[in-house]
Design a protein around this ligand. Structure first.
Ligand SMILES: NC(=O)C1=CN([C@@H]2O[C@H](COP(=O)(O)OP(=O)(O)OC[C@H]3O[C@@H](n4cnc5c(N)ncnc54)[C@H](OP(=O)(O)O)[C@@H]3O)[C@@H](O)[C@H]2O)C=CC1
Ligand SMILES: O=C1O[C@H](COP(=O)(O)O)[C@@H](O)[C@H](O)[C@H]1O
Length: 500
């Protein structure tokens, strides 16, 4: 890999400390960083290089003593106010010095881990110092989420960034794309002869995607209250999962081919008209509850949240994809905070056989084959199908074949941020969102946001913390005997996994 400096704007912040610096350290321990490499932290807090190094090490148990000193020598810090153009020459001069000292050749990756209002400012000031482009060196810009607040703001952010950086220099983070199991959705579909032939409207009844979180908003209430579950999780992470599950096979596994197929898929999402939002979208907000002798605060009691907040902490949607493959197949997605467990999974429900031979068995008649792709935790694949119960007659029972990713390897499975940072350092944008796709995802989400904003009669359902969200979300799912899968239970194992 080419020598380079990884510049973190917002190096004193939460994300840098909890995710970015630990990820870079892991890459260092795995010998994946180039020999000539440095990190330059930039934010207002007045650290010296040494104080920054101390800060990185003190809070983070991840630092192993043996490697710590070597790694620390690669960390530098420059305090500036990123809103002040006059501070940027300091960044340029510091980078030139690091190049001399560390041999980093003028190659820079800028990571914006700062409040979103700075996303347009920092690139502009970097360009004023000619830090955006240089003949013979590379300059890249990584942008954290949220990428825009709606379609219009996303378009204007794209336009602003593209004034100073070319699209192929811009890396829009969606950390779900860095998850091994999200990438594995593509491998499951396109590396196996058995799944892809069935992967269409002829054999699939419906698809369900759940991303449940056990935690509430914690101390991020200030940010979350102006966002809500639809912007925070659906517009980005869940729609990316939908794209992996539903897109057409790309002609190649390269960035351009995969990202173009995703764009086509996003374009095919049938928008939910504002007038239909009540029918196709359920929003909820957690209310206080006692769980296991402990009181869990309601959302409106969280720090930074107004006591009349209408922000949704839960959302469930039903929608369709208007293309040849998926015509008529309902997709259901849901996400929420303070649900019974943390689990992200995709459930593919196959159609029943056309004729029921074994009518005597109620259980089997009511069951579709299901393929459950567990994104997290306990990453893996679970297939449910019917088998004959030994003995007289044809009694059929549903059984499961269960693959756990942990059985595949003892090797270190990289954290999402490790993978994404490494890819940006190598110049591989495959696992980053492209500007046009982000705008298309907003196009799908905008009418729902508008309906909620413009129509106060659309209900915001309260749900007690620790439950599966508003009961009415069950009514979204079509069909008599079908409901959301409970990720806490498997068919052949009566344990409640949420209680473990
Ligand atoms: N934390 C998380 O888990 C996640 C965060 N994100 C995104 O990452 C970004 C950073 O989030 P997070 O780390 O939580 O936020 P924090 O508030 O913890 O950190 C913000 C950082 O920006 C710096 N900053 C703020 N204003 C200025 C300024 N005018 N000049 C220079 N530096 C400034 C702060 O440093 P200082 O005060 O020293 O200037 C601090 O280092 C946000 O866009 C967020 O949406 C995305 C996903 C998850
Ligand atoms: O981006 C975000 O994601 C996290 C959930 O991420 P996960 O990897 O733990 O599934 C979510 O808690 C947060 O609100 C959101 O901003």
């Amino acid at each position: 890999m080419d020598p380079q400096v990884f510049v973190i704007f917002g190096a004193s912040g939460d994300l840098a400390k909890r995710k970015l610096l630990p990820a870079i350290y892991e890459l260092y321990c795995s010998n994946l960083l180039p020999e000539s490499f440095a990190v330059l932290g930039v934010s207002r807090t007045d650290y010296s290089d040494d104080a920054f190094r101390q800060e990185v090490f003190t809070d983070n148990e991840f630092i192993e003593d043996s490697k710590k000193q070597d790694f620390a020598q690669k960390l530098f810090y420059e305090p500036i106010d990123t809103l002040e153009a006059k501070d940027y020459p300091k960044v340029r001069q510091r980078l030139e010095k690091i190049d001399e000292q560390m041999g980093t050749s003028g190659n820079y990756v800028f990571y914006l881990s700062v409040p979103p209002r700075l996303y347009t400012e920092i690139p502009k000031y970097l360009a004023q110092e000619d830090l955006n482009k240089k003949e013979g060196s590379f300059r890249r810009l990584i942008i954290e989420k949220p990428f825009g607040y709606d379609m219009e703001s996303a378009q204007s952010l794209n336009k602003s960034l593209q004034q100073h950086f070319d699209e192929d220099q811009i890396y829009r983070i969606d950390h779900y794309l860095g998850k091994e199991t999200v990438q594995n959705l593509l491998v499951t579909r396109f590396a196996n002869g058995i799944f892809e032939p069935l992967w269409n409207r002829n054999y699939i009844h419906h698809i369900e995607i759940t991303s449940a979180e056990k935690i509430g908003v914690g101390d991020r209430g200030g940010y979350y209250d102006s966002s809500g579950a639809l912007r925070d999780m659906v517009q980005n992470h869940l729609l990316q999962i939908v794209a992996h599950v539903a897109m057409e096979p790309p002609i190649n596994a390269d960035a351009g081919s995969i990202r173009s197929e995703k764009l086509k898929l996003f374009k095919a999402l049938r928008p939910i008209a504002e007038s239909e939002v009540e029918q196709y979208a359920i929003r909820g907000q957690y209310i206080g509850a006692d769980i296991g002798g402990k009181h869990i605060k309601g959302y409106r009691e969280e720090k930074g949240v107004g006591d009349d907040s209408m922000t949704e902490t839960y959302v469930a949607l039903k929608f369709f994809i208007d293309n040849w493959r998926w015509a008529g197949v309902p997709f259901y997605i849901r996400t929420g905070k303070h649900l019974p467990t943390k689990a992200t999974e995709v459930v593919v429900y196959f159609k029943s056989p056309p004729h029921h031979l074994f009518r005597s068995n109620e259980e089997m008649m009511n069951m579709n084959n299901q393929l459950i792709m567990r994104i997290q935790p306990d990453e893996g694949l679970l297939l449910q199908f019917g088998m004959k119960v030994p003995g007289a007659g044809f009694n059929v029972k549903n059984v499961e074949m269960d693959f756990h990713y942990s059985d595949l390897t003892d090797a270190h499975v990289p954290e999402a941020y490790e993978r994404l940072i490494l890819d940006a350092m190598k110049g591989d944008a495959t696992l980053y969102a492209r500007g046009d796709s982000v705008e298309e995802a907003w196009r799908f989400v905008d009418p729902i946001l508008n309906a909620w904003k413009n129509n106060p009669d659309i209900k915001l359902y309260g749900y007690p913390a620790g439950t599966w969200g508003p009961d009415v979300a069950d009514n979204l799912i079509e069909g008599d005997r079908v409901s959301w899968r409970n990720p806490c239970r498997n068919l052949t194992d009566s344990r409640n996994f949420c209680e473990l």
